[in-house]
Design a protein around this ligand. Structure first.
Ligand SMILES: *Cc1c(COP(=O)(O)O)cnc(C)c1O
Length: 394
């Protein structure tokens, strides 16, 4: 039976809650289900203010508007990330300044950040890859020292922690994704977390198309109007109802993902030791230029949320060969980001940065060598062969 890369988890209550929203007659945004979700996140994780959005991309765009990013500003962010992290700031005219990954993890190398700060630096955006925390203490120290705001792109990091603090709750702003490929999902949805109270009021106005309608609905003012820039960032109650069904079972979802992650860890740890048992035939299959068929992967972390299990191969050829092997078994393994500086758009938009091409060797290595394995609740426990053994090789 083919094994897809991802299969969205359904709790079984989604349809019932959507029915409730529909029957209530209120299906536009900012209704009961939206409030239930936002309050849950605030209570469980201690976030100051939460606003559901239609995606993490939207939450990042809101963050960019809220921080008044504009032409001439610089925003520091990792080279190894999804394009939305960058687009949100490029859309407002900012220049993005990239940071390489760590040698042994896709997360950004925090030690490089201070050297990139200039008078134009307006924000630092961190991305917690695979739910593993970026080292936030030095980032927040730089933020204090230079008066720069910090945005956590915590799209992959719901229910992950850094020194007991929930990710997304440490920077001035945090953004989450509830896209169907993330741990908690609602098709397409996201959330902006506002941890800096001074940004809270304006965030709500930007969220409500530049009006103070949210305050009006709370009875705080007697009429609402156009008071600032804004856009349509609210998801409908149908989306929020779906998300609420998921949120109620957050612990179940996380526990199941952690079982699958741990199974992978056990299986691949054994393989690492036995890697010399690979048949000669198979090594030939890996093409001449392929070096040792070896890989690394991060240690388990109790603080991470089992969002992704990834392997990092020695080179692109061994990764390609392994993808083909998995495919022959009906298993879909997928790689991840192209380094931003290698993208056609970045080269066109920031031609002056082209000379830096050699400066992101770690990010480029993760582009070429990182492979994500299927990870979802129903994944049959170790019921597929990770590697060719004995007979199946011939
Ligand atoms: C998934 C993801 C996004 C985009 O999330 P959407 O909700 O699909 O807009 C942004 N950044 C990172 C790091 C992601 O993994």
């Amino acid at each position: 039976m083919p094994i897809p890369f991802n299969k969205p988890f359904l709790t079984g209550n989604e349809i019932e809650y959507i029915r409730k929203a529909v029957v209530s007659g209120k299906i536009s945004g900012n209704g009961d289900f939206t409030r239930l979700c936002q309050d849950y996140f605030k209570q469980r994780f201690g976030f100051h203010k939460c606003l559901l959005t239609t995606s993490c991309t939207d939450a990042l765009e809101m963050a960019s508007i809220l921080l008044e990013i504009g032409p001439g500003d610089e925003v520091i962010m990792p080279c190894y990330t999804f394009v939305s992290t960058a687009n949100a700031f490029v859309l407002r005219g900012a220049k993005i300044v990239l940071v390489d990954s760590l040698p042994d993890h896709p997360n950004m190398d925090v030690k490089q950040v201070e050297g990139l700060i200039t008078e134009k630096t307006k924000a630092i955006v961190v991305v917690h890859y695979a739910g593993y925390a970026v080292d936030m203490d030095p980032i927040m120290e730089l933020s204090e020292k230079y008066g720069i705001k910090v945005v956590e792109d915590a799209a992959q990091a719901i229910d992950s922690f850094y020194k007991e603090k929930p990710l997304g709750g440490i920077g001035h702003l945090g953004t989450f994704s509830f896209h169907e490929t993330k741990n908690l999902q609602s098709g397409e949805a996201g959330m902006l977390v506002i941890n800096d109270p001074s940004l809270a009021k304006r965030a709500e106005i930007i969220w409500e198309k530049g009006t103070d309608r949210a305050a009006f609905f709370r009875g705080e003012i007697d009429k609402y109007g156009w008071v600032d820039v804004g856009s349509s960032f609210l998801p409908s109650e149908i989306t929020a109802a779906f998300l609420w069904a998921q949120l109620e079972q957050l612990d179940v979802i996380q526990a199941q993902r952690k079982i699958v992650w741990e199974d992978y860890f056990q299986a691949f740890s054994q393989f690492e030791i036995k890697s010399n048992l690979l048949s000669k035939n198979y090594l030939e299959l890996l093409k001449k230029e392929a070096e040792l068929f070896s890989f690394t992967f991060p240690a388990p972390s109790k603080m991470a949320n089992a969002h992704i299990f990834f392997l990092v191969f020695e080179n692109i050829h061994s990764r390609t060969a392994y993808i083909s092997y998995l495919k022959s078994k009906g298993i879909l393994g997928v790689f991840h980001y192209q380094s931003l500086h290698q993208s056609p758009f970045f080269k066109k938009r920031f031609p002056e940065s082209n000379s830096l091409a050699a400066n992101f060797p770690n990010s480029d290595r993760f582009s070429d060598c990182l492979l994500r394995l299927p990870l979802f609740h129903e994944l049959p426990r170790l019921s597929f062969e990770f590697f060719p053994t004995g007979d199946s090789r011939e």
